[in-house]
Design a protein around this ligand. Structure first.
Ligand code: ATP
Ligand code: MG
Length: 566
């Protein structure tokens, strides 16, 4: 490709609305342009990378035996009503009407459509297992589109769906996808972890998220410093034995703590450690008030609360709801003398607190020397807190550390939720009608591109891994007015293309400084600079990743490039 006529507009400065590196660099290198909030065009350079990632995904999907198809973005509302999701999906679902007033959605995901296709076309166990996938634009009206294509409202996703006749089959289909994802993200040059995530069901490891490690990630991963254990902190189990101290149990007392609302304030004011404090938080769990107790230095994990009650919805009580149930504002809540309708549950650490401190359910007052059993009742003790750095790893090996991650992929065992709702049945070997057992598997293709940039850049620009780089080689003649440089550059451009490399030729009549800056910004793996020694047939090769340069004669250029591209 000739850069003189190529649509790859570069920007010298960081656009002010781009907060993270990948967004800044994708704009600056001319990969993307915003159309409206959370909606982007891919310019030619950006599209090439997107297609490289797509092709890696396609190869690995096909290798597992999965079959590619393409479903429509427009989906009729009836399908979503049948699955029960029309009313629960909420404002993220982009809805529209046709000229007859019929309702539709722009697909945020395709369980309904794929299940209907399979229901209509597959009826026997003999056709199973079957995994189908597509690579297609998805639509989600995100509350906060941000970071460019990392969280956008229209984005490219690979979504796959497996259909099996039994649970062992599902396990196998799931493992195949898991392994394919591992190969895909490895080939994309990403440093990632597959982490156990929340499946919405109690226990089990039937869902994993593939997380690219990055400080801008929105999810926190808890991992062991000495084993393979990695889980989203939402679900990481806390496996700590709390030991009760043998100090003498004292009489409970209410003390004034004017203006002291936070755990830190109260601990400092009363000169006790945060581990003595009982943090009391009021939640509304499926319309019922629940007071959750955790130790002062711990955080409540609402996913664990949700599972404990097998609830649909767990929300922090508003100030109004808190006043209604507890007669006091948050900051002074405690488990003593409660309204009968309030259920009290506590994290296991609470059981070991002797002479603790909690809110007195009165403005500016706390109760000290409170002891569970004597001063308040707990309906159930359970693991209800977030794991912390330094906690023992749940698998018993090593200590927990935290890292932030960007979710690029998700594998999930669905079971029969959609096949039952939409009637996707098959006849088994005994002639019995059974619902198919499904799995679903997503990869954010556009998010993956941004995640690659997030992990592969330096202060001068992008540093593409060669597997996804838009071009293999950047041929840069220093001065297009020098005839020998121009001729050699043209010659190399042709010969490298003949050698099956994808080549970008900077044939613009620009100053060398401008060309080199743009070349660094684009970040192609190898830059071939054609300069003063052109008349001798010698060029300078620069490896973008290391900055190393080497003079190479044109006759051994292909060999040099093959060695470095791997
Ligand atoms: P998130 O928690 O980041 O919103 P999700 O759990 O909603 O993701 P899935 O429904 O599992 O995502 O979708 C599959 C994949 O699609 C995700 O792993 C992610 O890589 C990608 N993805 C989801 N939402 C977006 C978005 N708004 N923009 C870009 N990619 C997205
Ligand atoms: Mg989402």
């Amino acid at each position: 490709m000739r850069q003189s006529t190529y649509l790859a507009p570069t920007l010298r400065d960081n656009p002010s609305d781009a907060e993270v590196k990948s967004h800044q660099l994708m704009l600056r290198a001319g990969l993307i342009r915003q159309s409206t909030s959370g909606v982007y065009s891919y310019l030619p350079l950006g599209l090439k990378v997107l297609q490289k990632v797509e092709n890696i995904i396609r190869e690995e999907m096909n290798r597992t035996g999965a079959q590619e198809l393409l479903m429509p973005a427009i989906q009729p509302a009836e399908l979503w009503r049948e699955s029960g999701r029309w009313d629960v999906y909420g404002p993220e679902l982009m809805r529209l009407n046709d000229r007859h007033g019929r309702e539709f959605a722009l697909g945020p995901t395709h369980e309904e459509v794929i299940t209907t296709i399979v229901k209509d076309e597959v009826h026997s166990y003999k056709k199973l297992p079957m995994t189908l996938y597509q690579i297609q634009n998805k639509f989600r009206d995100e509350r906060r589109p941000r970071f460019g294509v990392l969280r956008s409202r229209e984005f490219l996703m690979k979504d796959a769906y497996s259909f099996d006749s039994n649970t062992e089959g599902l396990d196998e289909s799931y493992n195949k996808m898991y392994d394919a994802y591992t190969r895909i993200f490895t080939r994309c040059g990403l440093d990632f972890r597959a982490v156990e995530a929340d499946s919405g069901a109690i226990g089990g490891t039937d869902t994993h998220e593939f997380m690219v490690l990055s400080e801008i990630g929105e999810d926190t991963i808890a991992y062991s410093d000495s084993s393979d254990y990695a889980a989203n902190i939402e679900i990481a189990e806390v496996n700590v034995t709390y030991v009760k101290s043998n100090e003498e149990v004292k009489d409970v007392e209410v003390v004034a703590t004017p203006g002291q609302k936070s755990i830190q304030d109260v601990a400092t004011f009363l000169n006790v450690s945060e581990e003595k404090l009982i943090k009391s938080l009021l939640f509304i769990v499926d319309d019922k008030p629940v007071l959750v107790l955790v130790r002062g230095d711990h955080e409540v994990n609402d996913v664990k609360v949700k599972h404990l009650f097998d609830a649909q919805l767990v929300e922090m009580a508003t100030e109004e709801e808190t006043k209604k149930w507890m007669n006091v504002i948050p900051g002074y809540l405690g488990p003593i003398d409660l309204h009968d309708d309030i259920t009290v549950v506590a994290d296991r650490a609470i059981e070991a607190i002797v002479n603790g401190v909690c809110g007195a359910n009165e403005m500016d007052k706390h109760a000290v020397n409170v002891n569970v059993g004597r001063d308040f009742k707990v309906q159930e003790f359970a693991d209800l807190r977030n794991i912390k750095q330094g906690d023992p790893s749940p698998d018993g090996i090593g200590v927990i550390q935290f890292k932030e991650g960007i979710e690029v992929g998700h594998v999930f065992k669905l079971g029969t939720k959609y096949s039952e709702a939409l009637g996707a049945m098959f006849l088994d070997e005994n002639g019995k009608n059974q619902p198919m057992i499904m799995g679903c598997y997503g990869i954010g293709v556009s998010r993956t591109v941004a995640a690659i940039v997030e992990q592969h850049h330096d202060e001068d620009g992008i540093v593409w891994p060669s597997t996804v780089s838009p071009f293999d080689i950047h041929v840069v003649p220093v001065n297009m007015k020098q005839e020998d440089q121009k001729i050699l550059a043209e010659e190399l451009y042709e010969s490298l293309k003949t050698a099956r490399f994808d080549v970008l030729l900077d044939d613009r009549p620009e100053r060398p400084g401008v060309k080199f800056k743009d070349a660094d910004l684009f970040g192609l793996p190898i830059r071939v600079t054609v300069g003063k020694k052109a008349n001798e047939g010698i060029v300078e090769c620069k490896i973008r990743k290391t900055g190393e340069t080497e003079e190479v004669h044109k006759d051994s250029l292909v060999q040099f490039i093959e060695k470095h591209l791997g």
